[in-house]
Design a protein around this ligand. Sequence first.
Ligand code: F6R
Length: 364
Amino acid sequence: EKGHYRHFMQKEIFEQPTVVAQTLRSYVRQIDQSVALPQIDFDLSTINRITIVACGTSFYAGMVAKYWIETFARLPVDIDVASEFRYRDPVLEPGGLALFISQSGETADTLAALRHCKAAGQTIAVVVNVPTSTMAREADLLLPTHAGPEIGVASTKAFTCQLAVLAALAAHLAVKRGRMDRAEETAVVNNLVEIPSCLNAALAHDDEIAAMAHLIAPARDVLYLGRGQDYPLALEGALKLKEISYIHAEGYASGEMKHGPIALIDEAVPVIVLAPSGPLFEKTVSNMQEVRARGGKVVLISDKAGIEEAGEGCIATIEMPEVHPLIAPLVYAVPVQLLAYHVACVKGTDVDQPRNLAKSVTVE
Ligand code: F6R
């Protein structure tokens, strides 16, 4: 079943161009270059607030979605981890959409939050990878990902498929709310259909990342930094690394580093910076300088322009294709997944079945 791959996780990382394309086919109408949801008759134009609830990697997909929905559709979005959500007595007013993101569709905390929102009169939307799951059955609006079964405990292809669906949802909401005209919608569609080839371009760096993994594997602690919609990717990179390689890792918003974590920086702490070039790149470059001034070793994951500007003095760089900011989180997911995977291989840990973890968490 693994074909020529060593692990399911590796196979699932490499399946991403195919399964993301497969997922997008349900959300993009090529004929008129528009974004559409599978339940076309479902009206989202009256929604006045969105509450996103999820756990783990699915939660990070939700964090990216918050950026996209607020930016494109100008709808306010709240986001919580499911295990906290019900206990803070959230304000759930009429007209709200509650959005649950879950690969399995069975995660106990997320399901309990769904039922809580349903009882409070919210419209329930779910992004799930298992169409027969409990969450799928209890939803008003089902937004499936078509990643196929995910066997590796660490979520990879389900995450990028979730992002693809959420990008389409953000654009759809923007159109429905009159915040996106036809030309802009066509531009979004063009960006979405480019994702699979951009994922392939990112995957082409596999050997290079495998070689780099030897620099990271001896570390005790690793920091990941990102800004804006790439900040959740820093969190995801850190989660993947700690899950399968058991190296302590933390993700931080780049600008937050000087408010504490900078105290940890020395020659032994690699800092992985996720930073496509763009308006905020300069700020990230100064964060990198702060790290280097303290002897920290920076790995820069950026595009050609970013690496030309700031690659010097880094212990390694990984060049991603130049992509529209909308799709950057999907593309930058690949190097963080591959890095965690190869570090785990260097350390010889059980990549597909990491200790203490279960694929589906059905207890609260
Ligand atoms: C991380 C991972 C977990 C899950 C989390 C939610 O690699 O796999 O953090 O993302 O347990 O699971 P689902 O998406 O099934 O609700």
